[in-house]
Each structure stands twice: as structure tokens, then as C-alpha cells.
Design a binder for this molecule. Sequence first.
Ligand code: XIL
Length: 379
Amino acid sequence: MTINRRQFLLQSSATLAALATIKQRALAKALEITSIKDLYKDDFYIGTAIGDRQMHEANPKFMNLVAKEFNAVTMENSMKWERVHPRPGKWNWELADKFMDFADKHKMFKVGHVLVWHSQVPSWVFQDEAGKPLDKNALLARMRGHIGKIAGRYAGRMNSWDVVNEAIDEDKGWRKSPWFNIIGPDFMDYAFNFARETDSSAQLVYNDYNMHNPGKRAFLVDYIRKAKKRGVPIQGVGLQGHVGLDFPDISEFEASLKAYAAEGMRLHITELDLDVLPVAWEFSGAEISASFEYSDKINPYPNGLPAKVEQQLTDRYVEFFKLFLKYRDHIDRVTFWGVSDKNSWKNDFPVKGRTNYPLLFDRNFERKPCYDAIAKLKI
Ligand code: XIL
């Protein structure tokens, strides 16, 4: 049978379409059996954060998803001072212990978050019994006691500690927190030294948001250089990565990865999420005390994300993951700040009650297009 040119072209495009479908199906199948942690296993750990309630309930469906997709975990709140050590001498170990056991069972990289921070720390920490501000030595003793107890409990098991969180202001050097105000700028040295005397093996990390900011970058690089000369055991820098569709400028983010790596720091992306909602009042930090008034205007997608924005979210994630792959030799871990959009803190920060879409899994715990796109970079 002979066929004319038109029939030939029709047939070959049908064959191509069939092949494309087969390829799509094979890809979908490959994605189904594999997971993001396996695809990136030669590059860096892929982590997530587990909330208090999620750890408490330990819903098997949720925990299985975490174990399937991720090989690094952080507690979103339960190791913070106000949760684990709410009153002098009172320690809540239940959720933290449960977290460690779960992570050990699945051989995950365990991150302790966080030892010294100005947020989610009770005010008694900085006061004596009469409510008067502690002096430097008394606060140092308290810091050492806290670190000794929690880092000591998990010493030899914890893989990495966020030793100090958010100690640097964008353009003004040290944040004027009670730690800084009472102890002075060497509070950070002390925190790292106390962590090391307690746990000789965990990787010790400084963690912060807006790490692309040139002022923060320069200040931190200067601190690291001097601290290393003083023998301070800082080993890594955590870039939280609370990013948006159009902030930060990716080249500034890259400049920071490069600068911290050049100081010999291991890099951790510690709290990645991608905000798609309108920026509230030009605010782009993650200082958790910030809060702005709700209005429908700044909650434009309460019933689902328009395809165009979904695509922007996907493209932006791909842009970041290409960058992470470029620095794979320096990056130990990329951790998302949660699993599903349903439970993300970004629904309530910095404006309460919005509907945000920052993570890899949707509100039904299904993989989103951004998941597939990040996965495809490795297939
Ligand atoms: C957030 C949690 O996700 C929220 O559940 C909590 O209410 C406030 O803290 N930087 C950090 C994280 O280091 O600990 C913060 O986590 C987000 C900003």
C-alpha cells in the first residue's frame, strides 16, 4: 500500500503523539515509585519540618509521606525554648523524643532547631526571681544550662544544631535582642562553644532569614572570619529561604551562597517556602512578631491558585533548584518548611487567615506541579 505525503505526515505525528504519551506515562510512573529525596540523594538531603500537632497525632498517612519523600527533618516548634523549657526546671520532652525516634527509625538527618533565639523564648529567661534583668554571668549560666540539657540529651544522635537564630539585622549589625543587650556581641561565640562542649559531633550552624541581604552577608562573613580565628566551632550557615515570586533577587541569593561557602561554611537551606501572595506593606522578612491586618485584597486566591500563578511558582522553584544544584558541593541539605500548603505557617504570616501555596504538596497532600518540575531536573 502506498501512502501520500499528507497521510505519511499524519501517521508520523500520531506515532509521535503516542510516543509522547508513553514517555509521559513512564515519567509519571517513575515519579510515582521514586521520591524527591531519592532523586537528589547524590546532591543533598531533602528535608521538611514537622509541626507539634503532626508529631503528636503521628497520623500514619502523614508520617509515611514524610518518610517516603524526605530524608532530613526539623521540628517546626517543639524544640524551641518556650515549648521544651517553658518554666525554670520544667522540660517537655515528649514530642522531641518522639521526633528523634521517628527520624532514627527512618535513618533521617536530624536537625535541632533552635538553641539561642530572641523569639519563642519566655521572658523569665532574661530575669531573676524578682523579675529584674539578669546580669551577663547569670544569663550565660542560663544559656549554658539550657544548651547542656537539650543538646546533651540528644548528643551523639543529633546531626546538626541551629545554634543561634536571627542574630543579625539587615543593615545594622547585631540585632539588639536581650541576648545581645545583656551579654554583648560575644553571646554568639559562647553559644557555639557551649554547644560544642555538650555535643562533640553535631554540625553547628548559624541560621537566619534574608540571607541574600548584602549588609547581613558582609556582617556575617566578617563575624565568621574573626570567630574562626578565635576557635569558635561554627561550621555551617543556614539560609532560611522564606522567599517569594519576585524576592529576593536570585543573584543576591547566589552571592551569599558563594560568600559563605568561600569561608568554608557548609550550606543549609533550612526553611524553604515560596510565598505567592501580594507582599504586605513591602515586608519581606521572617521576623515572626511582624503582623499586618487582613483584607480580601491581599488574599486573592482563597479558592485555588490560577494556572498562571501556579506556573510562576513552578518556574521560580526550578530557578532556585538549578541554583542549589550548581552549589551542590557546598550544600548539605535543602529543607522545606512543612509538607503541605494546608499546614504552612505562611497562611498566617505575616497576615493571619490567608490562603497561601508555598510548598510541594497541596491541601490534599498530593504532589503539585512544582514537585514534578523539581523532580524532572533529576530525571
Ligand atoms: C515559625 C513556625 O513555622 C510557626 O509555626 C510559629 O508560630 C512561628 O515560628 N524563622 C524560624 C522558624 O527560624 O522557627 C519560624 O517558624 C519561621 C521563621
